[in-house]
Design a protein around this ligand. Structure first.
Ligand code: GDP
Length: 430
């Protein structure tokens, strides 16, 4: 295995930059860079870094050595804490590039080695990627729990149970009980059913974990001129933690990213529901409606001087805007004024409650990716087939398929083709 190196912190100016080296040659590289013996394992030492060819000074900083296997990758790892200047980093990277048997790491290569050396399973790798991408508190909590193995342990536990069921089935095939004609399903049925129920309950999660990871979509809809855009602006400005603000790629949907109670929310103003004058506007209306259909939650807006709640359905939050004009607010409807700010607290409270309840962090480990859902669905249907009983060979085969589907989730079995997809999402240096 070649020795690899990369900058682990983000490129650019910073107080400190961390560079990692992993592989059998990591220790030798550190000795060459410092002209000194290796520091004791896992102890930070202050060193002068030099260009091994010219012996010229490059920087002064901390060096740590993590001997295999007690390191992130499971290999010998060296960490250099340099000053985060572009010339410093470029100088040290250049010096490393000129050392023999070292090469720059590919994206995700450190994490991939950690996986291959059994330091992380695939769900933990995904949790790590999500943790790096987490923008809100609830996302962070979910990612950290997954990185620490909550999901992996759950799936491995189920797989271990499946493997035991499979062993029973195989024993039945290899050593049929001569005296008592073996009714396989009488023995295995309860175990199969119990496992099937647990997996079904895990799948039936309202896609909570996936929503938290990807963001919850909230659409503001209503007829023209009720004040949808004004409300969006109000909500965007009042929110303490706007993650980013960007105009939609089309002229008809404007989006802002909000952090509502730790849950990332994309609030879309389907401003396209304007009078559909030209063809472009009509296309805008179509997209706006489609967007509203897809949304996890809809805010339906009406105003005393413009339109009612014709678009509203069960589960929508209904708002009467422009209450400053002096209209009665019917029961079950939140009265607001984008102009004066009246009622916005009640609106935000309602939003937090709805979003937080449905998508906030949960006590149980949750499915966070379509990949998990697919594997679990496959496992569940193989289990259901096995549960129907019949020929022992066929039952065993279905149990084997079910176990393999779970094994793929943690990376225990045939995942080669999956790895490239998963690690591609990582940046260099991770
Ligand atoms: P949209 O077409 O639904 O996005 O509505 P806009 O946000 O563009 O607002 C339409 C008009 O209503 C604008 O002239 C706003 O200034 C006005 N408006 C919006 N909110 C309020 C409000 O709370 N009170 C009053 N009096 N006017 C408002």
């Amino acid at each position: 295995m070649e020795t690899i190196y990369a900058l682990s912190t983000a490129p650019g100016r910073a107080g400190v930059a961390v560079l990692r080296i992993s592989g059998a040659g990591a220790g030798a590289a550190l000795e060459a860079l410092t002209g000194a013996r290796l520091p004791p394992p896992r102890m930070a030492v202050l060193r002068r870094f030099i260009d091994p060819e010219t012996q010229g000074p490059l920087d002064r900083g901390l060096a740590l050595f993590f001997p295999a296997p007690a390191s992130f990758t499971g290999e010998n790892v060296v960490e250099l804490h340099l000053h985060g200047g572009r010339a410093v980093v470029a100088g040290v990277l250049g010096a490393l590039a000129r050392l023999p048997d070292l090469r720059a790491a590919a994206p995700g290569e450190f994490t991939r080695r950690a996986f291959e050396n059994g330091k992380l399973d695939l769900t933990e790798v995904e949790g790590l990627a999500d943790l790096i991408d987490a923008e809100t508190e609830a996302q962070r909590a979910q990612a950290l729990r997954q990185m620490e193995g909550a999901l992996g342990k759950l799936y491995e536990g189920w797989r271990a149970r499946l493997v035991r069921l499979l062993a029973h089935a195989e024993a039945e095939i290899d050593f049929p009980d001569e005296e008592v004609p073996g009714d396989l399903i009488a023995k295995l049925g309860p175990g199969i059913a119990a496992l099937g129920d647990e997996i079904a309950a895990h799948l039936d999660d309202g896609r909570r974990g996936e929503r938290l990871r990807d963001g919850v979509e909230v659409a503001i809809i209503g007829p023209p001129n009720v004040g949808k855009s004004s409300l969006l602006n109000r909500l965007a400005r009042r929110e303490a933690a706007i993650v980013s603000e960007e105009a939609g790629t089309t002229r008809d949907v404007l989006e802002v990213r909000l952090d509502i109670g730790g849950v990332p929310v994309t609030l879309a103003d389907t401003a396209g529901l304007r009078e559909a004058a030209g063809a472009i506007e009509r296309e805008g209306v179509r997209r706006a409606l489609e967007r509203a259909e897809r949304a996890d939650l809809r805010l339906v807006v009406a105003a005393p001087d413009a339109g009612g709640f014709d678009l509203a359905r069960e589960g929508d939050i209904r708002l009467l805007n422009k209450i400053d004009l002096g209209a009665e607010v019917p029961a079950g409807i939140i009265g607001v004024s984008a102009m004066t700010g009246a009622g916005l607290d009640a609106l935000e409270a309602a939003l937090s409650e709805r979003v937080g309840l449905a998508y906030g962090a949960s006590e149980h480990p949750l499915i966070t990716r379509a990949r998990h859902r697919e594997g679990l669905t496959e496992c569940a249907s193989a289990l259901a087939r096995a549960g129907e009983g019949g020929d022992a060979d066929l039952v065993a085969e279905d149990l084997r398929l079910a176990a393999r589907a779970l094994g793929r989730l943690t990376g225990r079995v045939d995942v080669e083709e999956l790895l490239d997809v998963i690690f591609r999402d990582f940046c260099i240096g991770k």
